[in-house]
Design a binder for this molecule. Structure first.
Ligand SMILES: Cc1ncc(COP(=O)(O)O)c(C=O)c1O
Length: 452
């Protein structure tokens, strides 16, 4: 066992040490060679070293270098070395982190991380938290609590009686809500299409003056950090109006919620602490390994009622916090270990520096693109940059050539009808030099197709 695990660690370390010098996307040949894995299930056992070798030799070259410093696609962070180290140790522990009495160490770490985060975001300390796979499930969990609460106030027990015959729930979202939020609403039986979509401005921010008048039961979903522009809904204004109508306010802050803990960015999230629930990711900006996200709910009873395995109307009474009383799953991996380790190691200042540094890199990329004459479509308020290199086909050609070149990796998008390239700087590993190298390659490629 020792040798196998040491070899796994050595191979992982070599992978990470070489990640900066390889091209970001895997080569076509590396992807094609995955076919060498296609075989029938072996009849008998194979030496574990051979299996490990196959994984590393065939699969490592076919990975996307998202753990490296120049992957700017989607909103994907890398893994802080301490978060990866904690992940390795937690893997060795193999705790089923559902019940405190069975896995006290991991349940305790989760609770500590939760307390720190509530303090960091300046949210009420009684808020409940669910450590889940990511923002999709965090939205789902928080909205399950919202569904419980708004229907309970209408004398309807949704966990016991379902939605058939229930009072209709009005759900309001911004027109640029993330598609996974809409999916979560669908999973909860609240419907993907029956939501009311509030028009947005050029940055994707909900227009507060277009908020419909609400009758309860109602849930209003705000966004902190649009996946394309990084913009924030006018949280304070909408929250006040929604609460005045008795609605539940939920905030999808998959990455934008972290701005609430950063003094120089906190103006973007003004009023966010007044919401009823929030969702965020750890695997994005906190840079812990996949998969990891968090739902926070002001009223712990609402989340427990939606999630506890025991009678939904009779939450478990235990002197300890059982993680699974708050999550969709019963059996679950101990995500809190890596979160605790990342926060413990970074400290408040380290976290602020990580967020501010990536935002600074995004601003530098935007400035370099703008001064070369390209159209930056968004106000770069956070870590997202949208750039168009001309007509749609030109922009798509540039994006494709950037991906092939391999210095960095960016993806395409369509923002309010205009085809653009998205740059998202989310990794702890990105340094100034990576930004300059990436900018040089993007500009070189973009200029290749330009008319003299
Ligand atoms: C605003 C927003 N909400 C939700 C999600 C979904 O997050 P996840 O993929 O972690 O479930 C994303 C992903 O980028 C996002 O940007």
């Amino acid at each position: 066992m020792r040798q196998l695990l040491e070899h796994a660690a050595q191979r992982s370390i070599s992978y990470l040490e070489n990640i900066s010098s390889r091209q970001v996307a895997p080569t076509a040949q590396a992807v094609a060679e995955l076919a060498l894995l296609d075989e029938a299930l072996p009849e008998g056992p194979t030496e574990p070293e051979i299996t490990l070798g196959m994984l590393d030799d065939l699969c490592s070259p076919a990975t996307m270098a998202t753990a490296g410093p120049r992957f700017f696609g989607f909103v994907i962070g890398g893994s802080l070395p301490i978060a990866l180290a904690a992940n390795w140790l937690a893997g060795a522990w193999d705790q089923n982190s559902a019940l405190y009495n069975v896995t006290p160490a991991t349940a305790h770490l989760e609770l500590l991380a939760l307390r720190w985060l509530l303090g960091l975001f300046r949210f009420p300390e009684e808020c409940a938290g669910a450590f889940v796979t990511g923002a999709t499930m965090a939205n789902f969990s928080a909205l399950a609590a919202a569904r419980n609460s708004v229907l309970r106030r209408a004398d309807w027990n949704v966990e016991a009686d379902g939605l058939i015959g229930a009072p209709p729930v009005t759900v309001v979202v911004g027109a640029e809500a993330h598609p996974t939020l809409i999916k979560s609403l669908g999973l909860l039986g609240l419907g993907r299409s029956r939501v009311i979509k509030v028009p947005v401005d050029s940055q994707g921010r909900m227009r507060a003056d277009n908020l419909p008048s609400l009758t309860t039961p109602a849930i209003v979903c705000l966004q902190a950090g649009n996946v394309n522009t990084g913009s924030f809904d006018p949280i304070s204004e909408i929250c006040q109006a929604a609460h005045a109508s008795g609605a539940w306010v939920h905030v999808d802050g998959a990455f934008g919620l972290w701005a609430a803990g950063v003094p120089s960015l906190a103006h973007l999230t003004t009023g966010i602490e007044d919401a009823d629930s929030w969702a965020t990711d750890f695997h994005k900006w906190l840079n812990v390994p996949y998969d990891s996200g968090l739902a926070l709910v002001r009223d712990p009873d609402a989340l427990r009622a939606a999630m506890a395995v025991t009678a939904e109307y009779l939450p478990t009474s235990s002197p300890f916090r059982n993680p699974s009383d708050y999550t969709p799953e019963l059996s679950r991996r101990a995500r809190g270990v890596e979160v605790w380790a990342a926060l413990r190691s970074l400290g408040r200042k380290g976290l602020v520096d990580l967020v501010e540094r990536t935002c600074r890199h995004a601003r530098r990329l935007a400035e370099g693109l703008r001064s070369a004459g390209y159209h930056v479509l968004n106000d770069v308020v956070l870590n997202q940059v949208l750039v168009a290199f001309g007509e749609a086909d030109t922009t798509l050609r540039v994006v494709s050539d950037i991906q092939k070149d391999g210095t960095c990796w960016c993806g395409p998008t369509v923002w309010q009808g205009q085809t653009a390239m998205r740059i998202s700087v989310s990794s702890w590993a990105t340094k100034e030099d990576d930004v300059e190298r990436s900018l040089d390659s993007i500009l070189r490629i973009a200029r290749q197709g330009r008319q003299p």
